[in-house]
Design a protein around this ligand. Sequence first.
Ligand SMILES: [Zn+2]
Length: 247
Amino acid sequence: MFSDLISIEQPSDDVCLFWFSVPEPYVTSVAAVQRGEHCLVIDSFCGSYYMDPIRQELQKRFSPKRFSLLNTHSHYDHICGNYSFADCPIYSSSLCKEQILRSWETQLEEDDAVFRGVKQMVLPNILVDEALEILPDLFLLPTPGHTADSICLWDKKNRFLFAGDMVERPVVQLCNRNLNAYRHSIAQLQLLQPQAVFSGHCLDHDPCILQETADYLKALAEQKALSFDDPTAQFTHEANRKLLNLP
Ligand SMILES: [Zn+2]
């Protein structure tokens, strides 16, 4: 399908994940959940070059009559392929839509090397700012944290949580100064007791990642000294400390 596709996973008969080795140094997922005649795609990755064939592959696997798309937040590696779903309902938080409008041109310039496909902005057209069941047993949950505009998807039938970039190993990236809101969102997600957590950039699905994220955010709040062996993780942690003006 593509040279940078790592794998296609089907953790249940109605869920599919596509894993890519870009943008470096990350791995990135596009997920999809089939519910009845409907297929909901979670995030649109780095452009229509990827998302057009993904839509065709999902059509083959699930034969849905309709597609819809969720943007979990406004970062470029989650929204650039919206063009492939321009004919569909596209869900996000209101803030996410505002942020895409504000940052589209600059993100396009800064991340030109990873954007592949039709460079046309397609905005979310269904804005969700409170918990909402959009399809049977599929709930959108606004969860400010990684960004203020983050939203998660809870698949109650499979007890799967699709968390976007709210969780990441070994350390989450903060793009929002409201640490209390982030901690509250993670605590709310823990109450769901998911059997698997799918994140945008973390290959394994161990639900312990929620507790690990809670522990890291608590350590930040308490200004504990932390260090990581992995240079990328250390870099992210330093950026988080700087964002929060920690000593
Ligand atoms: Zn992100």
